[in-house]
Unconditional design. Structure first.
Length: 184
């Protein structure tokens, strides 16, 4: 019984973590270093994450500053940022690369809100899947007479409560991100 509850909690935690990481990368009109997390740079013949070849910091609300550890990496970093199609033009001064984040248009904000809601729905589906798997384990345990019918009923209620709490957390995360996107 505890095993099924633990399995459900792990699955739901993973779904929520994945949602947080995914929406952190969504550009909300303000500078966020997470926007560059997926960028891979050609460094001496191998593809490495940007974080391994440069420091990324926030200059101000609409400016990211990328400072390479090695000046020879300026060109490959600029090329990788351009190839990522972020809608941001890197500007290099020979020492650092500045990324000015342009303000979002109304249509772009609506599209981003829709995208964030889709990510939220994916997280909710993953949470429901974890709930379903835990419920199946519990029903199997009751069928094999490992737990009683009363224990099954209580465990199913616990799984449902857990799923409801995680769905509430997903809704909170989405609400914060939507507010961030729609803020002008």
């Amino acid at each position: 019984m505890d095993e099924a509850l633990e399995l459900a909690k792990d699955g739901m935690d993973k779904a929520l973590d994945h949602l947080r990481k995914t929406i952190a990368k969504v550009r909300a009109g303000r500078a966020n270093p997470a926007m560059l997390d997926e960028i891979r740079v050609d460094s001496y013949g191998s593809q490495v994450p940007l974080k391994q070849v440069a420091a990324v910091s926030i200059g101000d609300a609409r400016l990211l500053v990328v400072k390479p550890w090695d000046r020879n990496m300026l060109g490959p970093i600029e090329k990788a940022i351009n190839a990522a199609n972020l809608g941001i033009n890197p500007q290099s001064d020979g020492v650092v690369i500045r990324l000015a984040i342009p303000p979002l248009t109304g249509d772009r904000r609506k599209a981003l809100v829709k995208q964030v809601k889709d990510f939220g729905e994916e997280a909710k589906v993953a949470i429901r899947q974890s709930r379903r798997e835990a419920n199946e384990l519990l029903k199997e345990a009751e069928k094999d007479r490992e737990i009683t019918e009363d224990q099954l009923k209580k465990a199913l209620e616990k799984v449902q409560e857990m799923a409801d709490k995680f769905v509430e957390q997903v809704d909170e995360v989405l609400k914060k991100k939507e507010a961030e996107i729609t803020e002008v």
